[in-house]
Design a protein. Structure first.
Length: 300
């Protein structure tokens, strides 16, 4: 393992390790304005949700690496403490990247990148019409730590495109097409084909990793992810359920292979459990795995 002390490296060098590993990161496409009315539009990936009540978004522009000067967004907020944080999807990623160019102060990135300014309702900076989610924000607090300028922003109005809203009036993740920032010049495209669901454990109390029998925990076939799924079940199947499942054609076929000397029982069971877990059939995987446990080997 490569072990690094940030104090031993140039900050920009350690920055490359940070952005290459703390990823993917959502992108805050921030529109801001100064007192004379000059609009700025810039993307920042040091960004996330940080509060529910009130709803808070936090982003952090760093000073410019070449000379330590403050970026236009920072200067604008010091004059007008309001922003719109526009989310970025795949259809606008290259235009968003164009807006990240360090144009001279006072140049309008809406014009340079070809985006459409849309008037906001409660704040002065305009929204990006092409963005599928736009958050009008008041800047509540500013923290300057080293070269970083941290902005804590309260959402005062939100706008969501109908194309990402489902029939229940909530955001349908399958309709979104977000992009996220990674290290160097790399991005991630978060589309339906790359998404997957993980059941939240806070709705129940799982048995935990430590309750999984050792012979299953030490499997050469099942991974840590598989064991995490198994540990999230509230209760193992009963002996009656395990013995009843033994009569299924799948289990009969496995036991027949073992009797014919084709393979070891645990290997066949773990292979079948792996297949079931890939389909999120956790209880069925348990019913398979418990077939080789001593307490389930006989009907007595």
């Amino acid at each position: 393992m490569l072990t690094l002390n940030p104090e031993d490296l140039d900050p920009r060098t350690f920055y490359s390790y940070l952005t290459g590993t703390v990823a993917p990161r959502p992108i805050a496409f921030v529109s801001s304005i100064d007192v004379p009315g000059n609009v700025n539009l810039s993307p920042f990936s040091f960004f996330n949700i940080m509060g529910i009540n009130p709803p808070l978004l936090v982003f952090a522009p760093n000073n410019r690496g070449r000379d330590g000067s403050k970026k236009d967004t920072t200067l604008n907020i010091s004059e007008v403490p309001e922003v719109v944080i526009n989310m970025v999807d795949y259809a606008m990623v290259h235009q968003m990247s164009l807006a990240s160019v360090e144009f001279p102060r006072g140049i309008n990135e809406f014009i340079k990148s070809g985006f459409t300014p849309e008037p906001s309702v409660l704040v002065t900076p305009p929204r990006v019409k092409e963005s599928p989610a736009q958050f009008e924000c008041k800047v509540l607090e500013v923290r300057e730590i080293g070269t970083m300028n941290l902005y804590i922003c309260q959402i005062v109005m939100a706008h969501f495109s109908e194309k990402i809203v489902g029939e229940n009036g909530k955001i349908d993740q399958k309709k979104t097409d977000w992009v996220a920032r990674m290290g160097a010049d790399w991005y991630a495209h978060i589309s339906e084909s790359t998404m997957f669901e993980v059941e939240k454990p806070n709705t129940k109390i799982g048995i935990g990793y430590d309750a999984i029998p050792e012979s299953i925990r030490l499997s050469k076939i099942l991974t840590g992810n598989h064991l995490g799924q198994l540990g999230n079940i509230e209760a193992m199947p009963t002996k009656e359920e395990v013995l009843a499942f033994r009569q299924t054609s799948t289990m009969q076929n496995i036991f027949e292979q073992v009797m014919n000397g084709c393979a070891y029982l645990d290997n066949l069971l773990h292979d079948e459990a792996q297949r079931l877990l890939a389909q999120n059939k956790v209880k069925e995987a348990w019913l398979v795995l418990l077939q080789s446990q001593p307490e389930f080997m006989t009907k007595n």
